[in-house]
Design a protein around this ligand. Structure first.
Ligand code: XIL
Length: 379
């Protein structure tokens, strides 16, 4: 999918643990997104990335030098997440046989470049090893399987993960539980078990519940709040809620909706992060849908900046050819901030505006709790 940078000009004219956080490019003149995010009070602005040569990245080797420069050396990003390497399918493909080769690729790059690392994901129904799904488990056996997986994996990366997505996508859209193998055998107990185990193994990592469609208030956000409260009521450590933020340019939430959703979680005393941000549009990209995308990025990043307790933003890759979107949503694409020719989307400027206080405050909401962030916005 080649999207010429002339489109950008057109759209622009229309709308116009850790030793982390020390990413390069933080010099005085650097205006990378991570630099701006830190000035706005966030911990980081990051981009998830996959292992070179794998999946969406296969066949694009010529682009790697320019990609790597932006990813690791530009000041744009101060955090990363492996998009695939730590998932159950790769880490424990056969029961009791652990393989950290893939997961170590991106995690060691994060370390090398002094970036925050979000680790993803311990218990998830998707990209699960087939043996977990195809076995008829007794409750006791499945408990053992979860405890062994979480223990071994969290121990392998102990001390390196700023945060772990402990449970991913446990909810249906109406807030009821998804009928995964874990839920079908153990009910909500599997969530408690996963968090409890992760907390024992890596007590310093922030433990997150992570899901999509949590970016504006709904039955699903109520469900995620219920999970947080359930863990808190049992004294089980839960530190954050990850809003994946796989959004749609042509039909995106308002700034106020984002603020309300984020605040709803922050009010429970947990932190919030945008963990997999991308905003897809119906291809081809046009001046119009790129302008909608710009507004959508500005709203969601602006809401994170405005609500005290929203601590960081992660793009689910920053480069269109490496995005998962066209593979899963065949009529959609151009979801990231960089086109195939490395020109920036107009939405990049939307993010910059959000990070530099140019998002108008939504109807008096999101003032935060009187901390530094609120002052920034009234300045
Ligand atoms: C995606 C990866 O980016 C793809 O490479 C892979 O083929 C499928 O998974 N929610 C998640 C992520 O939590 O792990 C998913 O990542 C995107 C949706």
């Amino acid at each position: 999918m080649h999207l010429p940078s002339s489109l950008v000009l057109l759209a622009a004219s229309l709308s116009m643990g850790m030793d982390a956080g020390k990413g390069k490019g933080n010099g005085k003149n650097c205006k990378g997104l991570d630099v701006l995010a830190k000035k706005a009070g966030l911990k980081y602005f990051g981009a998830a990335t996959d292992s070179p040569g794998q999946r969406e990245r296969a066949g694009y080797e010529e682009q790697y030098p320019q990609y790597d420069q932006i990813m690791w050396d530009s000041g744009e990003f101060g955090q990363t997440t492996p998009t695939n390497g730590q998932k159950w399918l790769f880490v424990e493909p056969t029961r009791g046989v652990f393989n950290y080769t893939e997961g170590d690729i991106v995690t060691s790059l994060a370390k090398k470049h002094g970036m925050y690392l979000r680790c993803h994901a311990l218990v998830w129904h998707s990209q699960l090893a087939p043996w977990v799904e195809s076995t008829t488990w007794t409750a006791d056996e499945l408990r053992k399987v979860i405890v062994e997986h979480v223990t071994k994996v969290a121990r392998h990366w102990k001390g390196q993960c700023y945060a772990w997505d402990v449970v991913n996508e446990a909810l249906n859209e109406d807030g009821t539980y998804r009928e995964s193998v874990f839920y079908n055998v153990l009910g909500e107990e599997y969530i408690k078990l996963a968090f409890k185990t992760a907390a024992e193994v890596d007590p310093k990592a922030k433990l997150y519940y992570n899901d999509y469609n949590l970016e504006s208030p709904s039955g699903k956000t109520a469900g995620a709040q219920r999970i947080v409260k359930m863990l808190q009521a049992e004294g089980i450590k839960v530190d954050g809620v990850g809003l994946q933020a796989h959004l749609i340019a042509e039909n995106h939430p308002t700034l106020d909706q984002h603020i309300d959703a984020i605040q709803g979680f922050a009010d429970l005393g947990v932190e919030v992060a945008l963990t997999e941000l991308d905003i897809r549009l119906t291809v081809p990209a046009t001046a119009e849908n790129l302008a909608q995308q710009k507004e959508a990025y500005k709203n969601v990043v602006g809401a994170c900046v405005q609500v005290e307790g929203c601590i960081g933003v992660t793009l689910w890759d920053f480069y269109d050819p490496f995005s998962w979107v066209p593979y899963v949503f065949p009529t959609e694409g151009a979801a990231t901030l960089w086109f195939e020719d490395f020109a920036k989307h107009p939405a990049y400027d939307g993010v910059v505006e959000a990070l530099t206080n140019k998002t108008s405050r939504g109807k008096g909401k999101g003032k935060g709790k009187g901390g530094k962030r609120a002052n920034l916005w009234t300045a």
